[in-house]
Ligand binder design. Structure first.
Ligand SMILES: [Zn+2]
Length: 120
């Protein structure tokens, strides 16, 4: 089994609902998103071109960049936690990958010391 990961970023504002603490107030983060894919078959020695994977991830994150996450339709009914952001990105990214690879995990960091991930 081979695995590769790419990392991309977006900047956005959010606040957490039904939460007591610093994050109940509107604030921003530079979110770091790491996507990991896996597969058993290489094409020309590659599982998938890093730049192709990064291009898909980046275009997906563009819809969050410089937005207020709480106002986006994806988060109307769920809190804008890193866990939920990871799941939303996972489900969308999964649809856009070639058939020879599987999406292993999407991990989201709000800060260098925190990380949440989603996998199926
Ligand atoms: Zn926050």
């Amino acid at each position: 089994m081979y695995k590769i990961s790419v990392k991309s970023f977006f900047s956005a504002a959010h606040f957490l609902k039904n939460y007591r603490g610093k994050c109940e107030n509107l604030h921003g983060h530079n979110w770091e998103v790491t996507a990991t894919i896996s597969g058993e078959n290489l094409k020309n020695g590659l599982l998938m071109d890093f730049s192709a994977l990064k291009r898909i991830l980046k275009s997906l994150l563009a819809r969050f960049d410089h937005k207020s996450l709480n106002e986006l339709k994806e988060f109307k009914k769920i809190n804008t936690t890193s866990e939920n952001i990871a799941r939303v990105i996972f489900l969308e990214l999964k649809k856009q990958l070639p058939e020879n690879v599987s999406l292993e995990e999407v991990a989201v960091s709000e800060t260098p010391t925190n990380r949440a991930s989603y996998s199926e």
